[in-house]
Design a protein around this ligand. Structure first.
Ligand code: AHR
Length: 496
């Protein structure tokens, strides 16, 4: 069966919030230290301690928002340890991630500098699990109060006179687990209490994000929305694509079977069901969709690379990861009425990273290239899509083989991102593009990310093994595009 698609360029579903293309950087393994922060005295070229190669690579992605300092680390982090002269900062143990020494050299000022250099918005996650209401309240005062106050004065003494602009603030992380093992009823009450003291100073308006559910814990969403919904602007959701079992073996990032490929695609598609079902519960309490769904942790999670610290979550990244990113970003685009932010885990050297580093060297991953191709959707109008697609068969089940989303930018160009999740067969596709202003397609171009083998990846020896190329196979007939999309590929088509 072929794949017959209709895209209505004149029927918009809503705006794709650019924050769906957000990222997450935790004090975990080599993400912050080595991956981002090398220190001012490092031989690796840097800007005030932040490595330039990573900075440049990330800047190119137009990162809209960056979440920090965790993750599980957030509920163990005491921000006051990370300000003031670096040589005096407290050395602590990162108990959750590898038991290594955390010297607190990357703290609030360094994170805000990173965001300034990336020209992105900071999203800070506060400590509910082991912190106090006062500590959280004072952090917000430290960052945003303009004028005379104990925290603002301290900020000035530490070299920053002007307050920072801070919009996104998370009140705890995974409070059902590493953030305190709480029941939803208990967390909902704590959320109400803590958020009261997350103040808006001057014209700085905080968008408050409550810690949301793990995967399909729909009761968590129900309790949070019913008891604390009116005190929040966003509610988070965490879901990782894990082909195996979280505790018994997640599966290798690079050495996997065709069955594992299929399972990975199927599990990536599960995000659609989760967003739909959590969204339905949110609709019950918030039919206006005022509260954003914030998927602030998502991505692939495999076994760590052999020989690396199990607490560092370092994994390689193949064309399979690129397909997971493509599927997931399409899902978020298509649910742009409720999903207002998403943050892939994690930016550098951890889980489904954009870039990997080894000493002074850095490589871009296939996932990086997907984010680069998809940045055209940021703040664009999501278009309605009708599909009849072929299926990709696993041993016992089947899933649609072609998955897509489409948007229109302010210039009137239509960007279509689609992927073929089959690792075996190419798929013939026909797209009828309806509702273009001058009726027929006059200009079209394509860019493709694909590879020969399921586990192809970029390495430090061969850094450009998987990278995008111009797609030559587009046929245009009036307002109809037809082409054959190769197996294991992500395709961006721009038409006007
Ligand atoms: O991203 C790794 C960890 O996964 C985060 O710290 C935690 O929030 C989640 O369980």
């Amino acid at each position: 069966m072929g794949n017959s698609i209709i895209i209505n360029a004149d029927i918009e579903k809503g705006k794709i919030n650019k924050n769906i293309y957000g990222h997450f950087a935790e004090h975990l393994g080599r993400c912050i230290y080595e991956g981002i922060w090398v220190g001012e005295d490092s031989a690796i070229p840097n800007t005030k301690g932040i490595r330039n190669d990573v900075l440049q690579a990330l800047k190119n992605l137009n990162i809209p928002v960056l979440r920090w300092p965790g993750g599980c680390f957030a509920d163990e982090y005491h921000w006051k340890d990370g300000v003031g002269p670096r040589e005096n900062r407290k050395r602590m143990v990162n108990t959750h991630w590898g038991g290594v020494v955390e010297n607190n050299h990357f703290g609030t000022h360094e994170f805000m500098l990173l965001c300034e250099l990336l020209e992105c918005e900071p999203y800070i996650c506060g400590n509910v699990g082991s912190g106090t209401v006062q500590e959280m309240s004072e952090w917000v005062e430290y960052m945003t109060f303009d004028g005379e106050s104990p925290m603002a004065n301290w900020r000035s003494e530490n070299g920053r006179e002007e307050p920072w602009k801070l919009t996104y603030f998370g009140v705890g992380n995974e409070n059902w687990g590493c953030g305190g093992n709480m029941r939803p009823e208990y967390y909902a009450d704590l959320y109400r209490q803590f958020q009261t003291y997350v103040r808006n100073y001057g014209d700085n308006k905080i968008y408050k994000i409550a810690g949301g559910a793990n995967v399909d814990d729909y009761n968590w969403t129900e309790v949070l929305m019913s008891t604390a919904g009116r005190f929040m602007d966003g509610l988070s959701l965490h879901y990782y694509t894990i082909p195996g079992d979280f505790w018994l073996g997640k599966g290798s990032a690079t050495d996997f079977t065709e069955d594992e490929w299929f399972t990975t695609m199927k599990k990536a598609l599960h995000m659609d069901e989760l967003v739909t079902k959590h969204g339905t519960i949110m609709d019950k309490y918030d039919p206006e969709k005022r509260v954003g769904m914030i998927v602030d942790e998502w991505g692939t999670w495999f076994d760590v690379e052999p020989g690396t610290n199990p607490g560092f979550l370092y994994q390689q990244n193949t064309i399979r990861d690129a397909l997971v990113a493509s599927i997931t970003l399409n899902i978020f685009n298509n649910h742009c009425d409720r999903v207002q932010m998403a943050n892939i885990a994690q930016t550098v050297n951890v889980l489904q990273a954009m870039v990997l580093t080894e000493g002074e060297n850095m490589i871009l991953t296939p996932t990086y290239h997907v984010f680069d191709m998809y940045k055209v959707h940021q703040d664009a109008a999501c278009l309605t899509v009708e599909t009849a697609t072929s299926t990709f068969k696993g041993k016992e089940e089947e899933i649609p083989s072609v998955h897509l989303s489409a948007s229109k930018n302010t210039k009137g160009e239509v960007n279509i991102t689609l992927c073929n999740v089959s690792n075996q067969d190419s798929a013939p596709v026909t797209i009828e593009l309806r509702g273009l202003l001058d009726k027929n397609v006059t200009q079209v171009r394509g860019e493709i990310l694909t590879s020969e083998n399921m586990n192809d990846r970029n390495t430090f020896e061969d850094p450009n093994a998987v990278e995008p190329a111009v797609f030559e196979g587009l046929n245009v007939n009036e307002n109809e595009l037809s082409f054959e999309i190769p197996p294991m590929s992500v395709l961006l088509i721009t038409a006007s």
